[in-house]
Each structure stands twice: as C-alpha cells, then as structure tokens.
Design a protein around this ligand. Structure first.
Ligand code: OSB
Ligand code: MG
Length: 368
C-alpha cells in the first residue's frame, strides 16, 4: 500500500474517575492517535504509552520521537508493496519500543482491512461475536469507597472484578470485597509493586480463592515469580514481563506463570499478540486481554483479539463509559456482561473528527 499522509494527534481525554495503581494516579488519559491515509483507505491506531515511563520504559514523547525519526522512515523506505504483515519485520532493526511499533502496525492493518472490507476480528481469527468484560478497580482512598465502586460494577453486570493492590493495600481490601460480594470472580494486579520478601505475606491471599494474581514482582524477575507459583495456591499471571513470544516461552518454561495477560501494545501489535495466544493455546495456558484505558480505537482492536478461542478469561475490556464521558468513537456498551465484537471493516468503529479535534492538544502532519 502507498502511504499518502500520516497525522499524529496528541489527545488529553479526562477520565470519569481517577485511576490509581501501585505506580501512579491518572486523572486523564493522554494518548497519541495516528491517522494513516493510503490510496485506498484511512487507518487509525492509538499508542498505549502514558506521559511518564512508569508502567514500562516507553512514554508518550519517546514513542513520538521513535515513530517520527526511526519507525516511519523505515516503513516509507519499504515502498508501496508493504502490507501489515511486513510491518514488524520492517521495524525489527529498531530495538524495543513495542508500543510505538504497535501503533504503526495497527494503523496500517486498519487501513488494509478497511480497504479489503475485512474486520479485525476475522483477520485475527475470532471465534465469538461477544466477549465477557471485566473491570479493573483502582486503589481507593478507603475500603468503603472501594466497596461502593465494586458494588456499582457488580450491579452493572460485570462478571469479573480486578482490584489493584500495593504494599499496605492488599489482604484487607481483598477480604472486604470477598465478604461483601461473596462468590464473584475476583483477581488482583500489583503492577510489580512487591519483591521476593513478600512471598509469605502474599500467600495470605490464598484464603480468598482469587482467579489470579497479576504481576506481583518486577518485570525481569521471572525466578521470583516461579518461586511464588510453587508456594501459592493462587495462580500467577504475568503482564509486564511478557514482551513477546520469546519471553512468554521463557516464562512458561520456568513456571513463572500459569496464565498470561496479553496486551497488544505491550507485545508490539495485534499480530504478535496472536502469536503469544497461539503459543499459550499450544501449551494449554489460559489468556485474557489486558487494557491500557484505551479509547474506542484501541478498545475495538482489543475486543476483536479477546474473541479468539484461547481468551477463556474475561479481559480488561470494560464499556467506554467506565473511562470516558465522551469517547472519540461510538461507545462500547455493556450487554449481558460483555461487549459486542465489531464486525465492520477494519477496527469497525468510526472516529468522530470533531471529538478528536476537541480533545487534541497537538496535531502534527508527519508526512503528506
Ligand atoms: O496493569 O493492567 C494493568 C491500566 C493502565 C496500565 C496498566 C494496567 C491498567 C489496567 C486497566 O489495569 C485496564 C483497563 O481497564 O484498561
Ligand atoms: Mg496489569
């Protein structure tokens, strides 16, 4: 395909409620959104990176520079025969920066699929038209406030609740939620806030019959995750540690996890995400689709991915209104505890240019 123009928006979308994790608090989502125009279609994608390098080493300005100075020139140099399937190989000489690579590959894939009239779901290999949705509940200022937020999500019909934890906010909030809501599907996410000295403390979570504990230890500390997997009854799930198929294979080989959270942005794009899924399926390991507070653009792709056969656990793919009062696409709505998988061409959602313009703090024409 021939890329005619590339435009990068920097958006600042207010969140409907602050989202606190062990690494920080967000009151708004700042996102890079890319619009690629080819001879045949327009493709969209969003970058999952945050303003600060807290979740991983990438951040908005790093992604912006890498896209502009290192990735896009390589894509353009690859010429007009380039397809989405070639993007990863074309960008591979640039080391790291999966979130920056993800946004380019996704925009090219969206343009290609819109031109061909094929949905993301079909291209990725989806097997269901509807996916079950979980919610990720941030660290609250008190247990009563937490119980209110969990209660609202349960009442709305979400079939699974994930609580963010950190040292000082773990056993007691989990106990309170379990006591208040009984037999719900409950899991926790530490975003790497603990270390090996906490293995015995976190073993207390075994009393609460959690679906899983996500990323208790540092991204590169697979051995401590493996030790915890042997010690705890609660299954260990990895998020930050799984950067590609290779790290997934290594983590499974070491017994560092028994469940994988697949985030397309973290592994460098949807096609890599499918490869991690395929590896997990081959090894009988359940996966679920993680989220990074995506707008409708990223959510559309994530919901399509979550419709693949191996995604047997509900993902962090909540309805748009949990994040944004006004999204930049038509909103995703909770129905029967889940979201409908878009079936239109490409991502299957339409970006509203007036909403994008309204929340844009910067627009740059990279080419065109
Ligand atoms: O660790 O899964 C995470 C959000 C931002 C960064 C990291 C994480 C999260 C979430 C929210 O848990 C998931 C979502 O609802 O998008
Ligand atoms: Mg996580």
């Amino acid at each position: 395909m021939r890329i005619r123009s590339v435009r990068m928006y920097r958006l600042r979308l207010p969140l409907v409620r602050p989202f606190r994790t062990s690494f920080g608090t967000s009151t708004a989502r700042e996102a890079l959104v890319l619009r690629i125009e080819t001879d045949d279609a327009i493709g969209w994608a969003e970058c999952a990176a945050d303003p600060e390098p807290l979740y991983s080493e990438e951040f908005l300005d790093s992604a912006s520079i890498v896209i502009t100075d290192h990735l896009l020139p390589r894509l353009l140099a690859a010429g007009d025969t380039l397809t989405a399937a070639d993007v990863a190989r074309t960008l591979a000489p640039v080391s790291g920066h999966p979130m920056a690579k993800h946004v380019l590959e996704t925009a090219v894939l969206d343009a290609e699929l819109r031109a061909a009239g094929v949905s993301f779901a079909h291209r990725l290999g989806a097997v269901r038209p509807h996916v079950r949705a979980g919610v990720s509940v941030g660290i609250a200022e008190s247990i009563p406030v937490l119980l209110d937020e969990v209660g609202a999500a349960v009442e709305q019909g979400y079939p699974r609740i994930k609580l963010k934890i950190e040292p000082g906010w773990d056993v007691e909030p989990v106990r309170a939620v379990r006591e208040a809501f009984g037999d719900i599907d409950l899991q926790v996410d530490a975003n790497a806030a603990y270390d090996g000295r906490d293995i015995e403390h976190l073993a207390r979570l075994d009393a609460f019959d959690l679906v899983l504990i996500e990323q208790p230890f540092a991204e590169n500390d697979l051995l401590t995750h493996a030790a915890a997997t042997r010690r705890w009854a609660t299954p260990v799930c990895l998020d930050e540690s799984i950067r590609d198929v290779t790290t997934a294979r290594t983590a499974l080989h070491l017994g560092a996890c028994s469940i994988i959270n697949i985030k397309p942005a973290r592994v460098g794009g949807y096609l890599h995400a499918v490869a991690v899924h395929d590896l997990a399926v081959a090894q009988g390991v359940p996966v679920w689709c993680g989220g990074m507070l995506e707008t409708g653009i990223g959510r559309a792709g994530n919901v399509a991915l979550a419709a693949l056969a191996g995604f047997t656990l509900p993902g962090d793919v909540s309805a748009s209104q949990r994040y944004y009062a006004e999204d930049i696409t038509e909103p995703f709505v909770l129905r029967d505890g889940g979201l409908d998988v878009p079936s239109g061409p490409g991502l299957g959602v339409e970006v509203d240019p007036s909403v994008v313009a309204h929340w844009s703090v910067e627009t740059r024409e990279l080419i065109g």
